[in-house]
Design a protein around this ligand. Structure first.
Ligand SMILES: [Zn+2]
Length: 73
């Protein structure tokens, strides 16, 4: 019974995780704050495509990259 065995291995691996360092690892790779995929961080600054302001962090608004002011939360 191959399928039965693989299921057993899967469950055992899931429960027997020796070091659950997933959370701490993800934390360490981020510099200051988490950067969601919807934002672009550019240390040199980039132009907002709506108002032309130069900002380090821009958000995707459709095809454009806009500053936090123009994103309009
Ligand atoms: Zn803007």
């Amino acid at each position: 019974m191959g399928s039965d065995r693989s299921l057993d291995e899967f469950l055992g691996d899931d429960e027997g995780s020796p070091n659950p360092d997933d959370a701490s690892d993800a934390d360490a790779t981020d510099e200051d704050e988490p950067t969601p995929a919807t934002t672009i961080y550019n240390p040199d600054g980039g132009d907002c495509e709506a108002c032309g302001a130069t900002v380090t962090r821009r958000w995707r608004d459709g095809d454009a990259l806009v500053c936090g002011e123009c994103k309009g939360w």
